[in-house]
Design a protein around this ligand. Structure first.
Ligand code: ATP
Length: 341
């Protein structure tokens, strides 16, 4: 963890066992096919179909915080765009809070909030507060509610000194916090976040993550989070969905992802003296030696205790530690396995 945040994913209201589950987002065999025309010669164009989303099904319960991850071009943004009504699906069915997004986009807009990390919805030349005043009128937010939500966002996202600053003068981190506040003034039930921490420094990332945790815990806001920053997932999400080529490859808790990717943990031992690679019980094996330190890879699903006992019985140890696999490696393995299947 890079920012010292408290990792307590899953404390939102949707993930509690035994509670009645209300599916706020439903996606059933959704498809999105784009037709692209490519120039193949003078006056010649070839039509090609891109299946950006290919038979995707999942549900998200009210109050869940779900990470939505996958490599570039996997279909994440296309899914979010269909869920907001910006894009119409080519097939299948999507509903958000019982509303078909592409048919009733305006009605849905009152129930959802959207933050695209790479773009802003704020008015570039106007002071930040003016964008909020516009949202107040556009969404017809009752005055007391607007004031309460604004005060809360200003306090938690540290926006007090920025309200009168034109948006174009804000740093990326300040603007992102401003954008998140703008998406929440009308009390959306669902918040879509597309790369909310991209390009932010460690302090800004911590602020954004802390705010999102609090929003989910206190208001039960459902969050669908697209990110390449796996710390976002580790710190915020009780569940993660992995998509590739428009299809769902994994849907479950973060811990299960390690198993799906057949990841390895590493036992790092410091010996009393330099030795050639030590003997360890299979399937564990020494993967690296540097002076007195040796790195031993073993399956993440296996217990470290037996391995530690075997090594400690045969060799004089000065120190040892167990390193968890990082998710990036796990996901890369999943993709590699699929590609070679
Ligand atoms: N408007 C469009 N016209 C044609 N092809 C498109 C269009 N939008 C997306 N695509 C294609 O659909 C596929 C999925 O794209 P999408 O933007 O959903 O991926 P992504 O997972 O969000 O990727 P990234 O992490 O790079 O943002 C890609 O092959 C992309 O080139």
């Amino acid at each position: 963890m890079d920012d010292g945040g408290v990792a307590d994913p899953g404390r939102g209201r949707g993930g509690e066992p035994g509670e009645d589950r209300e599916d706020l987002i439903r996606v059933e065999r959704a498809e999105k096919v784009f037709t692209v025309r490519k120039r193949t010669g003078f006056l010649r164009r070839e039509r090609r179909e891109v299946r950006a989303v290919d038979g995707l099904s999942f549900t998200v319960a009210r109050g869940e915080v779900v990470g939505y991850i996958g490599p570039n071009g996997a279909g994440k943004s296309t899914t979010i765009k269909m869920l907001t009504g910006i894009l119409t699906p080519s097939g299948g069915r999507l509903t958000v809070a019982g509303i078909d997004p592409s048919r009733e986009r305006t009605r849905l807009a009152r129930r959802i909030g959207v933050v695209f990390g790479q773009r802003t919805t704020l008015w570039w030349d106007l002071p930040l507060i003016d964008s909020y005043k516009l949202a107040h009128r556009m969404y017809r937010i009752p005055d007391a509610r607007y004031r309460e939500n604004l005060d809360r966002c200003v306090a938690l996202l540290d926006l007090g000194a920025l309200l009168d600053v034109p948006v174009r003068q804000l740093s990326l981190g300040q603007r992102m916090r401003g954008d998140i506040a703008a998406a929440l003034l009308h009390d959306p039930e669902v918040l879509y976040l597309d790369e909310p921490t991209i390009g932010l420094d460690v302090v800004s990332k911590a602020k954004v993550r802390g705010f999102l945790r609090e929003l989910n815990a206190e208001r039960g806001t459902t969050v669908l989070l697209t990110t390449h920053d796996l710390t976002d997932i580790e710190q915020l999400c009780s569940r993660v969905m992995v998509i590739d080529h428009g299809r769902l490859m994994y849907d479950g808790p973060l811990t299960g992802l390690h198993e799906a990717g057949e990841s390895e943990r590493t036992l790092v031992v410091d010996l009393e003296r330099e030795l050639p690679p030590i003997d360890v019980p299979a399937p564990a094996r020494v993967v690296r030696v540097d002076g007195v330190r040796q790195w031993i890879g073993f399956p993440a699903s296996a217990s470290a205790a037996g391995l530690v006992a075997a090594v400690a019985a045969a060799y004089p140890l000065v120190d040892l530690s167990v390193r968890e696999p990082d998710i990036e490696t796990v996901i890369a393995r999943m993709y590699a396995e699929r590609a070679s299947a």
